[in-house]
Design a protein around this ligand. Structure first.
Ligand code: FA5
Length: 338
């Protein structure tokens, strides 16, 4: 019986079989127990001998069972560790990380430069009233200069702002005649322009406004030169050309020397060596008066910069549409560039 039991135990390969084996040999209805039950039929002399023998066999089978159970558990654990092991030499999966859009970067950089020059950041709505976009900027209805900015109208009085200049008026009204006013206002603007390499129907401007006692044209020039040199480098030149805006007098358009071709001529600057990046001028007295400022006491300058043009110049981007197509091959070039 002992040999048969041990031989059978050796073939057990799982916990279920092991349990069956235990019931068969050591259980209450098992083979050893049934031998014990026969004890009564034995003689006085035989009984202790057989009793001892049965106990020895039981002890032997018990310990064999425990050992086998332990071995099976270990084998199972090893198997599990092997199948669950991690190969630390495998290359990791790269996570796709997005980057800040180049236009956003340039706006952030412009904000930092102007904050460093003592400006605050202001904001205004993209859906604007005719009053703030035009009338309060000395552009009454039917004024021919309205044609300079082909407008998306939503209703007769409400439109998509064509420039950020309405924020000049909103800021002045909010300041209620207080000085100094020194703000920049970044924002998206909309025009019914035909798209080409340097024009988009939706683009970004940064408005600037300074109002105080004794502000002069030379202050405007100084601020713009300081900005251009911080943005593009110490060698940067700017060029002021006379221009016309109804809300500034005198008015100017400002070019910066083409950073992309160093003045040698390229597609971005249309081979002139210069690129127009902004319109500016001294705030028209009528604009100050309409917003509640005494134009005899206070003067100011304002500018409106084209952010895409500045970004194109700075990074040698030859088509404004790259900013909006959002081709990741284009965007990726800026991910770690700053
Ligand atoms: C204006 O929008 C005036 N509000 C600027 C201004 C502000 C003048 C304050 C005086 C005082 P202008 O239409 O020229 O001006 O546009 C300003 C700049 O926006 C341009 O120099 C150019 O850099 C950019 N810009 C104009 N039209 C487009 C366009 N369709 N696509 C991309 N950039 C443009």
């Amino acid at each position: 019986l002992r040999q048969k039991a041990l031989a059978e135990l050796a073939t057990c390969s799982g916990q279920a079989e092991l349990n069956e084996w235990k019931v068969k040999y050591l259980g209450k209805k098992g083979e050893l127990t049934s031998i014990m039950r026969l004890m009564g039929q034995l003689s006085e002399e035989e009984r202790p001998q057989i009793g001892q023998w049965v106990n020895q066999v039981r002890a032997k089978l018990n310990s064999a069972f425990e050992q086998k159970e332990l071995r099976l558990k270990q084998a199972e654990l090893e198997q599990r560790l092997k199948s669950e092991s991690i190969d630390v030499t495998l290359p990791g999966r790269t996570v796709q990380v997005g980057g800040i859009h180049p236009l956003t970067r340039v706006i952030q950089e412009m904000e930092q430069i102007f904050i460093g020059l003592g400006f605050e950041i202001a904001e205004g709505p993209e859906v604007e009233t005719d009053y703030y976009n035009f009338e309060a900027l000395n552009l009454p209805k039917n004024h021919p200069a309205r044609d300079m900015q082909d407008t998306f109208y939503l209703t007769e009085e409400i439109l998509l702002r064509t420039h950020t200049s309405g924020i000049q008026v909103r800021t002045l009204e909010a300041k209620k005649g207080e000085v100094p006013v020194r703000i920049i206002a970044p924002g998206r603007v909309y025009r019914r322009d035909d798209d080409d390499a340097t024009h988009s129907h939706a683009f970004t401007q940064v408005e600037g406004l300074v109002v105080d006692k004794g502000i002069r044209m030379s202050d405007l020039k100084g601020i713009l030169l300081a900005f251009a040199r911080r943005m593009f480098g110490a060698e940067q030149q700017i060029r002021l050309r006379p221009s016309y805006f109804p809300f500034t007098e005198p008015s100017t358009e400002v070019d910066v020397s083409c950073y992309a071709c160093q003045g040698n001529g390229c597609r971005i600057c249309k081979h002139t060596g210069w690129l127009e990046i902004l319109g500016a001028g001294m705030v028209h007295p009528r604009v100050l008066e309409m917003a509640g400022y005494d134009s005899e006491t206070y003067t100011g300058f304002a500018f409106g910069m084209g952010v895409e043009r500045i970004a194109m110049l700075k990074y040698g981007i030859d088509d404004i549409r790259h900013f909006y197509v959002n081709d990741v091959r284009f965007l990726k070039q800026f991910a770690n560039r700053f």
